[in-house]
Design a protein around this ligand. Structure first.
Ligand code: HEM
Length: 451
């Protein structure tokens, strides 16, 4: 292997510090500029990540997404491993990753998602009822509340006092975890007042409550009939027939929470941000809800994820000499499959700057051109859950309130919030409650449509 000549695709030659500042401050325009100059694959250098080969081409994306899991890792070196635990799906690779992923996949099967629809509709309705009328407000905090509660109930199976306790424990845990994932040099326990010490104590409190839930599930005579994901993991078996240990279940539950909470809430906030600027589309969506349909809503959710992908890159780390676009990449190179750039390629999505859900009415998105959920053996396992959740929340919202349209409002800029790229102002909008008659008509119409 030592005589393999490695090389990197060309890219900007600015000093690493300047490239890092560009990546942090004006990431999208800088990436677009590099693509115009170097094409759909180019190298950038960023502090803490090293060399990063950006890919924005569906043929190359397919190659990378389907590469051998020994050649390209996604978990090794992930800053999330220390936060989410050593079993976390996001921090492991190769056989161990495939084994844990197999245990986690069945509860996320598309058909199982139907079991959670009513639960999420109730959570969304309760929260949307609290929205103020006639004044502009940011919807993002509400969507965070909805998605957190949805995960705690559908995934963790929490209810009553457990739900209250976890709703109290999780926000400070997520907040200090997001901060500590970036501040890797500070991951030393110097007592309860040190940042890492504080984080460890938040995590221990969450783990203690999860242990209670898991131990109770293990002796629950009604376990078979339960729909929550924790109950299914308690019943899952490794290939040698042994059950998952509490630590494995805990790390995966915390991973599902971290991966699924802000991402889905951010996408919902972008949906409101887009709809406010497209009142005609909003009217069509409302009429469709009233008639019990969903095709345009599905297409809208896909177009939000095309035009406002909350996760900028799906990352891989080169572990064996790896050939890409005529270069054998050196070990340790990172590859970033860029949803933002790919989704704005006019050859793949004509008029990419326009928000046009109709483009997805006629045809479903292509696997390696539309990549908000990544791909291959690392593709987001919560994709069906996220789509169902966005669909139910959007339907509930359209049934209950009118969004006051404002086509001239300037687009909200992007902001990075630890995990996801979200609308900087939180998806601000003014709403008016729909009349009871309109809401009833909409529900009756939905009931009349066969499943
Ligand atoms: C709009 C919402 C969401 C977006 C945009 C999103 C996006 C992503 C992306 C881009 C990846 C990396 C894929 C890759 O590297 O190829 C990922 C992985 C993952 N996501 Fe999601 N996600 C969302 C919601 C969820 C939800 C609701 C859950 C669970 C409840 C979830 C659980 C996971 C897990 C466990 C992984 C790691 C998969 C693995 O490494 O095998 N995500 N997600």
């Amino acid at each position: 292997m030592s005589d393999v000549r490695t090389s990197l695709p060309p890219g900007p030659r600015m000093p690493t510090t300047l490239q890092t500042i560009a990546a942090l401050s004006r990431q999208r325009p800088n990436l677009e500029r590099a693509r115009r100059r170097y094409g759909n694959v180019f190298s950038v250098r960023v502090h803490a990540l090293g060399t990063f080969v950006v890919v924005a081409d569906p043929v190359l994306a397919k190659q990378v997404f389907t590469a051998s899991p020994t050649a390209l890792h996604a978990g090794t070196g992930s800053p999330l491993r220390a936060i989410l635990g050593r079993h976390s799906l996001l921090g492991i690779d190769e056989d161990y990753h495939l084994e844990q992923r197999k245990l986690l996949l069945p509860p996320f099967h598309g058909r199982r998602m139907q079991a959670y629809e009513q639960l999420i509709a109730d959570i969304a309705a309760e929260e949307i009822e609290r929205w103020p009328q006639g004044v502009e407000f940011a919807t993002a905090p509400s969507f965070l509340t909805i998605t957190l509660r949805a995960i705690l109930r559908a995934v963790f199976g929490a209810a009553g006092e457990d739900l209250d306790e976890l709703e109290r424990l999780i926000p400070p845990f997520v907040e200090s975890g997001s901060r500590m994932a970036i501040l890797r040099g500070f991951q030393k326990d110097l007592g309860p007042l040190s940042p890492w010490g504080r984080f460890l104590r938040h995590r221990a409190a969450v783990d203690a409550r999860l242990d209670l839930l898991i131990d109770r599930a293990r002796i629950d005579p009604g376990l078979d009939a339960r729909e929550d994901i924790l109950a299914m993991l308690v019943q899952a078996r490794h290939t040698d027939g042994t059950p998952m240990a509490n630590a494995e279940i805990r790390d995966q539950l915390v991973t599902l929470l971290a991966a699924g909470h802000e991402t889905t809430a951010g996408s919902l906030a972008w949906t409101v941000e887009r709809l406010r600027r497209h009142p005609e589309l909003t009217r069509r969506l409302r009429d469709e809800v009233d008639a019990g349909g969903r095709a345009l809503r599905d297409a809208t959710i896909r177009e939000v994820q095309r035009s406002r992908p909350v996760i900028a890159f799906s990352g891989r780390l080169v572990r064996e000499p790896y050939e890409l676009a005529g270069h054998v990449l050196p070990l340790g190179t990172r590859i970033g499959l860029s949803a933002g750039l790919t989704h704005y390629d006019p050859a793949l999505f004509p008029e990419p700057d326009r928000f046009l859900p109709d483009r997805f009415l006629a045809a479903k998105p292509e696997t390696y051109s539309w990549i908000p959920f990544g791909g291959g053996v690392r593709r987001c396992i919560g994709a069906a859950f996220a789509h169902m959740e966005m669909d139910v929340v959007l339907r509930t919202l359209l049934q209950r309130v009118e969004l006051v349209g404002d086509p001239g409002a300037p687009d909200e800029p992007w902001a990075f919030r630890g995990v996801a790229h979200v609308p900087a102002k939180g998806g601000r909008v003014t709403v008016r409650r729909r009349t009871a008659a309109a809401a009833t008509a909409s529900r009756v119409a939905a009931d009349l449509v066969p499943a």
